[in-house]
Write a protein that binds this ligand. Structure first.
Ligand SMILES: Cc1ncc(COP(=O)(O)O)c(C=O)c1O
Length: 397
């Protein structure tokens, strides 16, 4: 039976676990002392709930470097924010430039637009070995002319490879091309300044690096961006109007908010501000270095992604030669209680770039709570699986 003491959770790229105690405390405290609907009623529980959600919005705005809290829109995950931004900014009859590292939360809306004949797609391919994107190729694709939108992930969710996102966004801006950034694997893992980035929209989950609960996400929309909402309805503001408010964030936040989730997310963001996101990045980099060093020259184990741990973000994908990745992941769980994710990670294009499609890889991803001993156990377990396979095949021993 699983227990928090024996579990080695290495699936933080799917969702972070555990959450800092402050997140759980904030959620409990919300129910005890607030618990009303946000922005809906004049009684004290509703006012308290609104106040706590506003505080969370301010904390997120500070953490992300937004100029005002109204630029922070709460969504239910990164996918919702990505859809809102991509569908809203898609150039009708124009081109969308993206990369081969995108998650299906980006690829599927893009393919939908393409199939509907609304845009053409241009995909800049990542390097097959390192997973890196060539900046010159990116710039050339953007400069090819026509009404254009750029969409790119900040970090690959398969290898953790960081893209040169600031340079990519600046080159898009220099051509007057709006850009949507998918910060799903970077938000909370390395310092992010949305104003310096200069993108029109930056979408992120609340439940991964930002340490909030599931059901939360954030979309940063630059103040000049005005796109249609995905859904329309009650916001608690301008109730006399039968049309949608035209100001952010209300325009994009119809229906009762996930207040407890947002309050938990706010506590996660506060925790990160206290610890320092640069310290989180340094920590994740150190853990990646330890893991990669531990697997150096390991017989029968292939490690994907950038060699330099600082060029990635707390994620490493591997394969054990001759054993399907799903079996390796199951062995790790059954024998050592190490939790990983095997397969394509909702990013088939990224796996095609790496040459790991259609089976995929075993993905390890660390969090703020991962410790060195756990990395060492994971390295030993992987080496053990590879050695057993080699023995069974008569390669060694
Ligand atoms: C790069 C990337 N983009 C988007 C998503 C989607 O995030 P969510 O499940 O919060 O919508 C993920 C989740 O794994 C991701 O890794």
């Amino acid at each position: 039976m699983s227990s928090a003491e024996t579990d080695i959770y290495m699936d933080n790229a799917a969702t972070s676990w555990p959450k800092p105690p402050a997140v759980l405390e904030a959620i409990q405290e919300f129910f005890a002392n607030a618990g009303g609907n946000v922005g809906r009623s004049g009684h004290s529980r509703s006012i308290e709930s609104s106040r706590r959600v506003s505080l969370a919005r301010e904390t997120l705005a500070d953490l992300l470097g937004a100029e005002t809290p109204d630029e922070v829109i709460f969504t239910k995950n990164a996918t919702e924010g990505l859809n809102l931004a991509i569908l809203g900014l898609a150039p009708e009859g124009g081109r969308i430039v993206t990369t081969s590292l995108e998650h299906n939360s980006v690829m599927r809306p893009l393919r939908h637009l393409e199939e509907a004949g609304r845009c053409t797609l241009e995909i800049v391919r990542a390097d097959g070995n390192t997973g890196e994107i060539d900046l010159e190729e990116w710039s050339a694709a953007i400069r090819r002319g026509g009404w254009c939108l750029a969409v790119a992930t900040h970090a690959s969710n398969v290898t953790g490879a960081l893209l040169p996102i600031e340079a990519m966004a600046h080159r898009a801006a220099a051509e007057g091309v709006p850009m949507v950034v998918d910060a799903s694997q970077s938000a909370g893992h390395l310092p992010l300044d949305v104003v310096a980035l200069g993108a029109s929209a930056v979408a992120m989950p609340g439940h991964k690096g930002l340490l909030g609960p599931s059901g939360t996400g954030v979309l940063y929309l630059a103040p000049h961006v005005d796109v249609p909402p995905l859904i329309r309805g009650g916001t608690g503001s301008q109730s006399e109007l039968e049309t949608q408010p035209d100001f952010a964030p209300d325009k994009y936040e119809s229906g009762t908010l996930n207040a407890m989730g947002i309050v938990g997310l706010g506590a996660g963001a506060r925790y990160l501000s206290e610890v320092g996101v640069d310290a989180v990045y340094a920590r994740l980099t150190e853990l990646t270095r330890r893991f990669r060093d531990g697997l150096a020259q390991a017989e029968g184990i292939v490690v994907y992604g950038p060699d330099d741990p600082a060029a990635s973000i707390g994620i490493v994908s591997v394969n054990v030669e001759g054993i399907p990745c799903a079996t390796v992941s199951r062995f790790l769980d059954d024998e050592s209680r190490i939790m990983t994710r095997a397969g394509l990670h909702c990013s088939p294009a990224a796996h095609r770039s790496l040459g790991t499609a259609p089976e995929g890889t075993v993905r390890f991803s660390w969090g703020f709570d991962t410790i060195e001993e756990e990395i060492d156990v994971a390295v030993a377990a992987l080496r053990n699986i590879a050695a057993r396979r080699a023995e069974a095949a008569g390669v060694v021993g």
